[in-house]
Design a protein around this ligand. Structure first.
Ligand code: FAD
Length: 451
């Protein structure tokens, strides 16, 4: 092995960050003596704690507190803000684009490595629904969550100020497609926030809004089991949310959502949360993928049949050795991602030291989901909870899971403070165009073209 042996971690999300965090602890002597180095590459300088995105969208948590700064947490690793665009594992090189390569107009830089960890996660799984690519918005990143919050509040402003009933109707119609935890939590939190916000609008009532959840199967929240999923449907319908099961979105051209039950909804908001697929970068690695594009891995988290390459999380097809049915893979969720990261760091350390590696084994323990402030549903370790206790458990669980003591303290402080004050209902959509004011002053830009 060359010196220092370089461990290249592609992705600084759940798997990437937790793996690097554990590796920098386990290999501290090697890092100190310079025989090993760890490089983490991610396009963002932070890891996103995705289960908190719905709370960020609702304004219960500020965006800064749902992300973890990689440079601070991984202080003994080299963090590169960039995107891996290809891997040649035979040569042990990865090609990447960074902000600097883009600025310089360079094609990309090559980096050699000794051990490769692939953890690029997943992206939204879209379908060829006409209009979806033009109008849909996903819910996987902090940018999308905050963009959606601003967008929803902006729709209330549009509805309040327009004289056109059709524009008002479309502004007050919010369509979510996909009933997993991302879609249900996002819808439930945003509806809760909007219901609260309209009390400050003299001409918009909660019943003027139409919130719609479209789910292709016969149930929502499969993660919490059938009974709790049925409870969640009743809870949402009790809030006047139109939950349509066994229904698909057929088209959404010209901002009209058309469902396969014949219903049509003119809308300015279409949120697509109908599942995820492995990150397409995996196809540019030449490593073995399964029929759904996930990296084929062994239970020890090695890429199947390949030396010095490892994978875990949403991107990897890891056999679930605890499952009764043979051939079952671990589901793409944070519960597996965090635990796999721990085993991955142990196994890489063992491999570098010439020790035996161990298989990853974890039996799914259930899940918790928030349905808005003080409302939730949970099915964990066989215990079923609903309403306030479930919501409290959701917060307690995620507080215990969010990485670093610093982040835990910030989240707890923010929740505590929020308990004493009114909810924040301001839209800061103008942040997306910070030069608008200056362009007006300078006589350039959109405002001046119009006049
Ligand atoms: C809204 C929402 C709520 C959720 N709630 C829950 C929950 O309550 N419970 C639960 O168990 N799970 C939940 N999940 C799922 C969970 O967040 C994912 O399963 C988990 O993030 C997977 O971890 P990962 O490391 O594989 O991927 P990620 O955490 O997504 O990390 C992948 C990282 O790779 C980076 N990357 C991508 N491409 C490249 C590239 N080419 N080069 C370099 N870096 C790259 C990305 O920027 C990202 O930082 C939720 C997901 C969402 C979206």
């Amino acid at each position: 092995m060359k010196h220092p042996a370089r461990i290249l971690v592609v992705g600084g999300g759940y798997v990437g960050m937790y793996t690097a965090l554990r590796l920098q602890r386990k290999l501290r002597n090697e890092l100190r003596s310079g025989t090993v180095e760890i490089v983490v590459v991610d396009p963002d300088p932070y890891m996103t704690y995705q289960p908190f995105l719905p709370e960020a969208a609702a304004g219960s948590l500020s965006p800064r507190h749902v992300v973890v700064p990689l440079r601070r947490v991984l202080d003994r690793c080299h963090v590169v803000i960039g995107e891996v665009t290809g891997v040649d594992h035979a040569k042990r090189t990865a090609t990447m684009k960074t902000l600097a390569t883009e600025e310089e107009g360079a094609g990309g830089v090559e980096m050699e490595y000794d051990e490769l960890v692939l953890a690029p996660g997943s992206i939204s799984r879209t379908l060829p629904v006409p209009g979806l690519a033009d109008f849909g918005i996903g819910f996987k990143t902090v940018e999308e969550a905050i963009g959606l919050r601003n967008h929803v509040l902006e729709q209330l402003d549009i509805a309040s100020s327009t004289r056109d009933p059709a524009v008002r109707d479309a502004a007050l119609t919010f369509v979510f497609v996909g009933g997993g935890y991302a879609g249900v939590e996002a819808l439930a939190e945003l509806e809760d926030m909007a219901r609260y916000a309209v009390r400050y609008y003299h001409n918009v009532l909660p019943e003027d809004m139409k919130w719609l959840l479209v789910e292709a199967t016969g149930r929502i929240l499969p993660e919490v089991g059938e009974e709790m999923g049925e409870y969640a449907v009743r809870e949402l319908r009790g809030r006047n949310i139109d939950v349509r099961l066994n229904t698909r979105l057929e088209t959404c051209e010209n901002r009209v959502a058309v469902l396969d039950d014949g219903a049509r909804f003119p809308t300015r908001t279409l949120v697509w949360t109908a599942g995820v697929k492995p990150h397409p970068i995996l196809a540019a690695t030449g490593l073995p993928l399964n029929e759904r594009g996930r990296l084929k891995c062994t239970a020890a988290l090695r890429v199947a049949g390949v030396e010095h390459a490892w994978g875990a999380g949403d991107a990897a097809a890891v056999p679930d050795v605890t499952a009764e049915e043979p051939g079952k893979e671990c589901a793409p969720n944070a519960q597996h991602a965090v635990r796999q990261a721990k085993q991955l760091a142990e196994n890489i350390t063992a491999a570098i030291r010439g020790e035996p590696v161990e298989d990853y084994a974890h039996k799914y323990v259930g899940s918790v989901a928030s349905l808005g402030l003080h409302k939730g549903v949970a099915h964990v370790y066989g215990r079923k909870l609903k309403g306030y206790p479930a919501w409290f458990m959701h917060r307690a669980y995620h507080l215990s899971r969010v990485p670093t003591l610093n982040r835990k303290a910030r989240v707890l402080a923010e929740w505590t403070l929020a308990a004493f004050f009114k909810r924040e209902i301001v839209s800061l959509g103008s942040l997306e165009n910070p030069r608008a004011e200056f362009e007006l002053a300078a006589g350039t830009g959109r405002h001046n073209e119009a006049s």
